[in-house]
Structures are given as C-alpha cells and as structure tokens.
Write a protein that binds this ligand. Sequence first.
Ligand code: ADP
Length: 410
Amino acid sequence: MSILNHIKNQKNFKELKVLVWGYGVSGKATKDFLIKFGANVTVLDYKKAEGVDYSEQDFDQSLKFDLVVKSPGIAWEHPLVKHFQESKIEITGEMELVSSFSNVPIIAVTGSNGKSTTVNMLSFALKKLKIPHFMGGNWGLPYAEILLDPQYQNAKFAVLELSSFQLELVEDFAPLVACLLNITPNHMERYSNFKEYKEAKYKIATHAQYFFDCVDLEEFEQKFDLSKAKVKGKHNVSNFAFCYRALKAAGINCDDLFQKVIEDFPGIPHRLEYAGTYQGVRYYNDSKSTNVEATITALEAFPLKEKVHLILGGKNRSEDISEFKELLKFKNIESYRFFGQAASKLEKCFENNENIFKYHDLAQVMKDLKPKVGEIILFSPGFPSYDQYQNFNERGEHFKSLLASKKADQ
Ligand code: ADP
C-alpha cells in the first residue's frame, strides 16, 4: 500500500517523516496539520527563513522521507521533483493530504476566472441562510488550517477554491459538488499546451458527486432579477448562476432567498471594484485582472455609451501579446494608458493608434489623466503585478491610494 493510502486509512502520520516543500501560507498550515497528527516534519523552501530547515541550496539530498508535500506553486520541472521521483518518495499536495481527514461535505470551485468571486458568493449565501460553513483553499484560509479550527466540527459545508496547480496534486479528493466556471488558456507558462491545463482543471470532477461546467443563463435570468445586483457584468451573472446551481446540488433550498443574495452581495476587492468618484469621473479597480480575458470581461460590464480610459500593464509573461488587439473592438475606449514592464510591448501591439500613452508607473498615469465628467477610469491591467508590486492586492491598494490623494489635493 502506498504511504498516502496508509495515511488516509490510519488518519494520522505517526512515525512518518514528511517533507513540506514550499513554506508559504499553505505550507505553514500543512506543517501545523502534520505535526498535530504526529508527523516528523522537515521544511524546505527556496530560501532560508524562520521555520525553514533547509533552503534549496543547502538541502541534503541524502535525507530520507516517507512523503513530500509540494507547494502547488513549484513547477514539475524543478530538478528536485526528479530527485524525489527517482528516490521513490511519493509527492502529494495539501488538498489531497488533508481532505481524507474530514467528513464535512465540500463545495469546490475552479475555473480560469471567477473562482474567488464565486466562493465568496457561496459563503455570502450560506451566511444569509445561517448555515455554518468554512470558506478557503486558494482563497483566504488554507484548507489544512480550516481543519484545525475547533469550530470546524460544527460546519455543514466547506467551500473551497481550487487552482489548477492545486488540482494537479489531487487524486482521491471527493467534493460533494464541483464547479468548473470556465476555461480559457491561462498560466500557459506552466503547461506545455492547453489540453494539459484543461486536464488539470477537470480533475476536480473525478470523484465529485455532482459536477457541472455550464449553467443555463437564460433560465437563471428568467428566475431572478439581475438588474438589481451590486456587482456589474455578465460574468457575475454567470458566477451567481453557478453559485445558485451549486447550492441546489448541495441540497440547499435557497429559492426564496437568492434574490436577496444577488442584491446584497457586495463583491470582493480588486475585482471590478467601484473605487469612488472624483470630479464626476467614476474609478474602477480591477487589479486582479492579469490576463486579457479578465480585461475584456471588465470592459463588457460597461455600456458602449460610457467612455472609458483603460489602464493596462504589468509584468510581461509571453513574447506574443497580439491577443490584446482584441481590445480595439471596444469603440468606447477613449484612451489606453500603458505602464510597467509590459508598456513597450503594448505600445508596439497598438501602434498606429493615436490614443495610446506610455508611462513608467501607475502614479504617472494617474497624474497625467485628465478625464471629462461622466467618463470612466478602468484599471484592469491585464498582466501580473510582480514587475512593480508584491501582488495584485498591493497594486489595487496603490491605485485606490492614488485616487484618495487626488481627492485630498482637491
Ligand atoms: P479567480 O479567483 O478565478 O482569479 P476572481 O473572482 O478573482 O477570479 O475574478 C478575477 C477577474 O476575472 C475579475 O476581475 C473579472 O474581470 C474576471 N471574471 C470574474 N468572473 C468571471 C467569469 N465568470 N468569467 C470570466 N471572467 C470573470
């Protein structure tokens, strides 16, 4: 029997030597979980830090382990993966490892876009229904940490967001309900082709009791009045529809209450978040947009009669960015403002367009913008943030603080 199956049967790690590889939020929670259930834990990370036993540089490859718990962020091409495989050490991930320790039904959500919004909608609805639950995974609390919470015993559901990287590491993970919201080529730096990425995403369905990857939007829109929703855009209609369908599949009767969920759900920060109005101009923070599809989705949320100044830029992630030309179909874009590492590529991509402006950073963009009353500033960068920021949260907060300073200077 494999070590992992033995663990799943025994529900403990007694006398097992486990290597936690990657010491981020999930790695830390996994370590606590392993220790609680009796494992002898060693931590490996790319650099030395508190709680880390070995950096990759000084890792002793002669050390023996029963199991490696790999962080989803570490690519399979990493040389140490080969070393562990050759040493016949099983490699698993947090989700697979800890899910066998829980009997609380899981509502699992994946997709290229909309995961965090949808898990938050689900949690919002469950709160309204007064159904005790936990929400986490790729969003908020790691699953291992949730399982360690004494209150978890009373939970009726765990609502989990799963990324494709997390799904690569699952085998027996068996949610009650699994949703695949949508799938578009994303993270192609990690996968050799789209098929591979799709396969990772569809792993969510393998052992799910109920699985769906589409919803009937027409039927949903006949049933509920979406015009009263606080969150904008057709994509959020789809997210609501998945949320509703997932709740129904989980056996929850929410017909009477769902209209209120639609009306009251406030959205989550950095996803087409209304940041405020300054001198008659509305500002939207969509810092979470790290690909062109997300930016297109954001643009589609505004009627064509509303003029938009679009701020784009961030970390380059591929040679060819010609897909951004698709933005030209939005005739309501008054100007394109490019910043960060991707600015030069964007400028080339949009050459011959008179409405493009290039800047070093976001502060310069915000300083230079002179929109007219009634127009919209849409910050939907379409690229990852880490050329100039730690993450998209920091980037979105910066956008909002630049707006706040404009207001303060008034
Ligand atoms: P994820 O967690 O999958 O990254 P989020 O809920 O954080 O997704 O949303 C990120 C961005 O993706 C949003 O700002 C929005 O522009 C876009 N988006 C959200 N939901 C959808 C959807 N259902 N279809 C397409 N794009 C979406």
